[in-house]
Design a protein around this ligand. Structure first.
Ligand SMILES: Nc1ncnc2c1ncn2[C@@H]1O[C@H](COP(=O)(O)OP(=O)(O)OP(=O)(O)O)[C@@H](O)[C@H]1O
Length: 277
């Protein structure tokens, strides 16, 4: 069997005894004649970065949409901390502590970094007696933004500069930091390093590790195999609307991973050590 890359991820991966933070069983989602999810299972553990990979149309986005409340599956169960949960909207998922960083970033380029961090969750000053009017607390939002970014070692100095003045990688870091700042349980990232150069991609990968090390498990959807192997503790392979396998990136090569993803290699043909516990 081929060996392709030496994983550089030095973090101690969670063992099979690590707590299951989020779980899904038998998710089904149909769009007319198309079955996007065909009984997909999912399991995210405390302390891990779980990469979700799969060929085009394998059901990655549909899975993530179900986990983040963007779509309601036709059947199947989602459990958060062991409790059955139904997300009827992304707001439900956010309330439950799940933050998602979408590919389009959902940011306002002309607004400041602080305004973007608190977009939709603005801090306000106490209301004046007898009025409902509550002014935005810009000072606190600036201070808190600076604190959040510093905590994650994102090296951006001025929180009052417009987001559009930042590079693509820095903007992505702001989006990730925003998710990490508000998430109580899980951060889901959809292709966070797509369209970034090598240096900027590495900067975002570093940040993703810091988010995990801060105590938030991360679900990372990516087509970028070197990036997956750089940071993932386990690799969930989606195929034909199901979870085909969960792989151990420390034991399996990139080429064999791609072979499992495309169906050229069946998971039951792999030595047990290549499968994640
Ligand atoms: N809103 C929709 N309406 C109709 N079909 C859909 C819809 N969303 C997804 N599908 C179909 O469901 C299947 C799974 O799609 P999904 O986007 O989940 O796969 P994916 O693994 O994320 O693919 P990609 O890597 O190309 O984004 C595909 O056949 C897709 O065409």
């Amino acid at each position: 069997m081929s060996t392709f890359s030496t994983p550089t991820n030095s973090h101690i991966a969670p063992t099979s005894k690590a707590k299951i933070v989020m779980q899904a069983t038998g998710l089904v989602k149909r769009y007319g004649q198309v079955t996007a999810l065909d009984g997909a299972d999912f399991e995210l553990r405390a302390g891990e970065i779980l990469a979700v990979i799969g060929d085009n149309g394998a059901g990655k986005s549909s899975l993530i949409k179900a986990l983040s409340g963007a779509t309601l599956p036709d059947s199947g169960e989602i459990l958060l901390d062991g409790q059955r949960t139904v997300f009827k909207s992304p707001i439900d998922a956010r309330r439950a502590g799940i933050e998602t960083v979408y590919q389009d970033l959902a940011v306002a380029p002309a607004m400041t970094i602080a305004e973007n961090l608190f977009l939709g969750r603005e801090l306000r000053r106490p209301g004046l007696p007898g009025t409902l009017l509550r002014m935005l607390d810009k000072r606190r939002m600036l201070a808190e933004s600076a604190a959040r970014l510093a905590e994650l070692k994102v090296g951006i100095r001025s929180m009052s500069q417009a987001l559009e003045t930042l590079s693509g990688g820095q903007r992505q870091c702001v989006a990730v930091a925003r998710a990490a700042a508000f998430a109580q349980h899980v951060v889901i990232m959809d292709e966070p390093t797509a369209a970034l150069g090598v240096k900027e991609g590495n900067m975002v990968l570093e940040l993703i590790r810091r988010v995990r090390d801060k105590g938030l498990p991360v679900v990372l959807i990516s087509h970028n195999m070197p990036h997956v192997f750089e940071v993932a503790d386990r690799i969930h392979v989606a195929r034909l609307g199901k979870r085909a396998a969960v792989l151990n990136p420390k034991k399996i090569s990139m080429s064999d991973t791609v072979a499992v993803m495309t169906g050229a290699l069946r998971p039951d043909q792999l030595p047990a050590e290549m499968l994640a516990a």
